[in-house]
Design a protein. Sequence first.
Length: 426
Amino acid sequence: MRYRNLLKVLGPGIIFASMAIGVSHLVQSTRAGALFGFSLLLLVLATNILKYPFFEYASRYANATGESLIDGYARLGRPVLWAYFLMTVVTMFGVMAAVGVVTAGFFDNLLGVGNLVLVTVVLFVLGVSVLILGQYKTLDSLIKVVSVVLLISTVIAFLFALYHGPQARGVDLFPPVHWQDQKTVLFLLALMGWMPTAVDLSTWTSLWAVERMKETDYHPSLRESLFDFNLGYGMTIVLALCFVVLGAYLMYGTGVKPAASSPVFANQVVQMYTHTIGQWSYWIVAASAFSIMFGTSISVMDGYSRVLERASELLFLSPEKAKAALGDNKFYNASLVILAVGAFALIYFMVFRSTDPKGFKRLVDWVTTISFLIAPFVAVINYILVTRSAFPESHRPGLWLRILSWLGMLFLTGFSLYFIWLKLRA
């Protein structure tokens, strides 16, 4: 691959990594290590591997057709697109709220503002403004910088943690996992739901890939597109495992539990880094952690708004008008505002005004569990899109990827049914 072509291709995969690294890694992976030691390492790795095909198909589809998965769902029939559209509307405010409150917590930890309501409002207004004014180009540039900084910081902290060993000496880092306990299963579903991120967000990668091709006026080969995606996906796997190890080494067995408050938890994460690297790194780490969460926040705003924009055009406009609407940002800008206002309202009543001290934790677990339960549907339709006869044969997945897809669909469906069975039995 030529260097010049590589620069044109890189972008969608890195944005995907930044979006994924946020809550699922900084929050859920750290909690996994802090609560279960190394016992969930294989589960985290397996979840990433078994979900891989359904995200990879987004890049594959965009490269083959020049359009997003949203357009693909429309080709499968309006009921499919309606189902995805309604799932998006049901989950988007919760997902944006979870990401937003975590981002506000890291910002408050960085500057000590002491007013999470004000911080959240400022961050949401800033995110909406950045996207309305700069859109993809600004997002692409911002994400590449903060992702590299956090990757380097995390790997350094991980290596230092391995060198120093676990904080709690003499503890069993492989405690038993009680699969019959409903509370444990709920946490595992929440962990897997956003590991590396929700399957229903796979459409975003295709939307970013299409936007990248427009911006650079370059249609990459399938190999180039998959290189970009695999680079980003590989980053998410490495960092997920690093955060589990950091949580296990620095929190498990010490008596320190992951905080239910967003600012306190943010401080715990930053302290994990500074404890291993040194206090001199506090401001670098705190700024990096906030930057990646802010990047995640903007990515989520952009992703959901693009989905709402394209799905609305296909559902509510005639085919001619839907085609003509490409590049018109009216739906996009309106979606940004609706998403920000709805997410802030959810944060305000579930976290800021709630008397429940665990409101932040419950919000994160709630949206990640829902994401896991709707994953089988999206996994199936993504698989159908890239394996049906209408899809170019040169871009169809090979045998090993098809086998992995079936294993992934069985994995997602099996755990969802197990959760429903536990709920009915309770």
